[in-house]
Design a protein around this ligand. Structure first.
Ligand SMILES: Cc1cc2nc3c(=O)[nH]c(=O)nc-3n(C[C@H](O)[C@H](O)[C@H](O)COP(=O)(O)O)c2cc1C
Length: 314
């Protein structure tokens, strides 16, 4: 699964992954559920969902804190054709003016149980949660498991860090394995999966039902195919350059179409480039990131990343 990433996994990026890199499932960035206004979901967030035209299911991730508002939002997006709903219980920055959301909710298990029940009642397709191992305690998942099981969630995506940890330290997948061993619910491993070898080891050694990959899929979009064995496992710097060049040049026309004007598209594509930490290519990626016009960006892409001038992006 391609992980939800706010500011990154918009409909254009998701479409490119679906067309070229074949994750089994894609998620929206979190969709804020408003409890204070009559509109549960902002219009621009709803139109992002309607862009999805693929066989591969789209999972809409909701973030919020009011059970009734969350349920209404789920009904609303399902009326637009969405079948799968996920609740964000991991975002470490999840405090709205109206109260705790995201990972903060792990501090309020009773409130959480009410939200899960309200969502389960209205979700017609799958309903899942994406959570951290705990708020401040890496063992808290043990007491959360019965809450998830009792509410009838279909699967759990676990990012085995605490909320308080944010992105510090490492995701400890011994916790993922322990959770998978303790519940009959399918557990999906997420966090720091940066190579096909690691992905396969997790699949074979931890009893998880699947994998969700975020930053690792931006750094190496081909990772899904590498895991399946349909793309090379060993990548020399020339191939890496070609793969990244193709990714960026495929993304450019769809960003131009999605965002208003070249400046905005350039800004958004640089956000993606910031997640490609490649020591061998840093100099050339840096040149792309420093480009101040689309013309310079494309010229550098052509010059440094082996993109043919007749590519669709030129
Ligand atoms: C820039 C950024 C934005 C994110 N936005 C979301 C989000 O909208 N919803 C969510 O559940 N997780 C979000 N996450 C967390 C990721 O989905 C994922 O759980 C985390 O990055 C660990 O997985 P990874 O190591 O494969 O990236 C975000 C992460 C990053 C880096």
């Amino acid at each position: 699964m391609l992980a939800p990433m706010q500011g990154l996994t918009n409909s254009a990026l998701r479409r490119l992954y679906l067309q070229k890199y074949q994750p089994d499932l894609v998620f929206t960035e979190f969709v804020r559920v408003q409890s204070q206004t009559r509109k549960r979901v902002a219009k621009n967030e709803l139109s992002e969902l309607q862009d999805h035209v693929a066989e591969v299911p789209l999972v809409v991730q909701l973030i919020g804190n009011d059970p009734a508002a969350l349920a209404e939002a789920a009904v609303l997006v399902q009326a637009g054709g969405v079948k799968h709903i996920n609740l964000n219980l991991g975002c470490p920055y999840g405090r709205m003016t109206t109260g705790a959301t995201g990972g903060e909710l792990l501090r309020h298990p009773q409130q959480l149980a009410a939200m899960l029940a309200a969502l389960r009642r209205v979700c017609r397709g799958s309903f899942s949660v994406k959570c951290r191992a705990g708020y401040g305690d890496l063992d808290q998942w043990q007491s959360l498991l019965p809450v998830f099981a009792d509410s009838g969630v279909d699967f759990i995506i676990l990012h085995p860090r605490t909320v308080a940890q944010r992105y510090n330290g490492a995701a400890d997948h011994r916790i993922t394995a322990a959770m998978a061993a303790k519940t009959r619910l399918p557990v999906i491993a997420n966090g720091d999966i940066n190579s096909a070898a690691m992905a396969r080891a997790l699949l074979t050694q931890t009893g998880v039902a699947g994998l969700m990959i975020g930053r690792g899929a931006l750094a190496d979009p081909v990772i899904f195919q590498r895991i399946r064995g349909t793309a090379p496992q060993m990548v020399d710097s020339e191939l890496r350059r070609r793969e990244l060049g193709r990714f960026i040049s495929d993304l450019w026309p769809s960003y131009l179409q999605k965002f208003c004007g070249e400046r905005q598209a350039l800004m958004k594509i640089k956000d993606v480039l910031n997640f490609i930490p490649d020591p061998d290519l840093q100099r050339d990626l840096g040149k792309l990131k420093r480009a101040t016009s689309a013309a310079t960006f494309l010229a550098r892409l052509q010059g440094h990343f082996a993109i043919a001038p007749d590519s669709e992006c030129f």
